[in-house]
Design a protein around this ligand. Structure first.
Ligand SMILES: Cc1ncc(C[n+]2csc(CCOP(=O)(O)OP(=O)(O)O)c2C)c(N)n1
Ligand code: SF4
Length: 329
């Protein structure tokens, strides 16, 4: 089942979603490609900008809400998911896209990342994964491999890396995909799939940072590599390899286990190539589904619309003049 937004009668073009705020990003930064793909995906689904809320943390990637013409909020470092979940809780009719860096999401925001997966809120999280803390001059982020030494580090990275795909799997994310900042078609389509997925969706987007990461550059991703004596593109697509990450029957524990094992194995494949696509997808009740069962009033009203309760009679009253009078000092 999908949670497609109700589309606009006359869909906007991606270019109409560009704000007129001047971009601060360095020339050649992958953030341009990701932002453009988010705009294209919103336009492609015919989403209403006034029902779309983009929430970011702090970092170069945190500037995304400034550049897209929807509602948006630039919050605190590592806290985008906390704000995003609060907004969704208050107004489940909003389509929420959280956006931010790998340091923001998998580092300082790691606790929020874990618990967002457990809740399975219906939203999309796009992580701009450049393996460095771009805004603060290229320190190692949690996704930089042990021993790697981009030009911004004085010594090789002493710590092991987080694997975003298997971390998300362990936390309960119900849509887990990987894409690449300069593969506009794949990224746009993956964001569209994530928005249509009913549940917590992660897209880990590989993002070249030409200023601080001189290892995983645009040229690196464009290279051909040798596999068994043949030259093949470094970047390839899971779907073209017969990989199917979608659980067809969420009640079939054997299928769920098999798809999770397949996702884990694929995410840990040690090879000189980069696999893009949907690693895992399953349908299970969202936080709102469960709340509605426990609090029947939420089937009639969203929390922002909840009627005022008269504290004496405990009778619901949609006439807010009484509530306003109670607040008179
Ligand atoms: C609580 C807090 N700690 C530290 C910082 C400093 N700081 C700002 S951005 C940033 C790292 C951003 O890296 P990342 O999330 O990977 O995003 P990028 O800049 O690479 O897009 C840090 C540590 C801060 N703003 N707030
Ligand atoms: S420092 Fe890196 S991530 Fe930040 S704007 Fe420049 S190229 Fe992009």
């Amino acid at each position: 089942m999908v949670s497609s937004p109700t589309p606009l009668k006359t869909p906007l073009k991606g270019s109409q979603l560009k704000s007129d705020i001047h971009s601060e990003w360095c020339p050649g930064c992958g953030d341009f490609g990701i932002t453009n793909s988010i705009q294209q995906a919103i336009a492609g689904l015919g989403m209403k900008p006034w029902e779309t809320f983009i929430v970011s943390g702090v970092g170069c990637s945190g500037k995304v809400p400034h550049y897209i013409h929807t509602y948006g909020m630039h919050t605190l470092h590592g806290r985008s998911l906390a704000f995003a979940q609060g907004a969704k809780l208050a107004n489940p009719n909003l389509h929420i896209i959280a956006a931010g860096g790998d340091g923001d999401g998998y580092g300082i925001g790691a606790g929020h990342f874990v618990h967002a997966g457990r809740r399975n809120m219906d939203m999309t999280y796009v992580v701009f994964n450049n393996e460095v803390y771009g805004l603060t001059k290229g320190q190692a982020s949690p996704t930089l491999a042990q021993g790697a030494q981009p030009k911004s580090l004085a010594l090789p990275n002493p710590t092991t890396a987080i694997n975003p795909v298997t971390l998300a799997l362990a936390c309960g994310y119900t849509f887990i995909a990987r894409s690449y900042a300069f593969d506009a078609k794949h990224l746009k389509e993956t964001i569209m799939k994530a928005i249509q997925h009913k549940g917590m969706a992660l897209i880990d987007v590989l993002q070249p940072c030409p200023t601080y990461n001189n290892i995983h550059t645009k040229d690196y991703f464009a290279e051909m590599v040798d596999v068994g004596g043949s030259q093949v593109p470094r970047v390839y697509y899971l779907e073209n390899e017969g990989y199917d990450g979608v659980v067809k029957n969420p009640n079939d524990i054997n299928e769920v286990n098999a798809k999770q094992a397949q996702c884990f194995e694929q995410a840990h494949k040690v090879e000189d190539r980069v696999a893009l696509g949907v690693y895992y997808q399953i349908e299970r009740p969202t936080f709102q589904d469960i709340l509605k069962k426990n609090i029947p009033l939420l089937n009639e009203f969203t929390p922002v619309e909840l009627p005022y309760y008269d504290p004496q009679t405990m009778i619901a009253n949609t006439d807010l003049s009484k509530a306003a009078a109670d607040f008179t000092i």
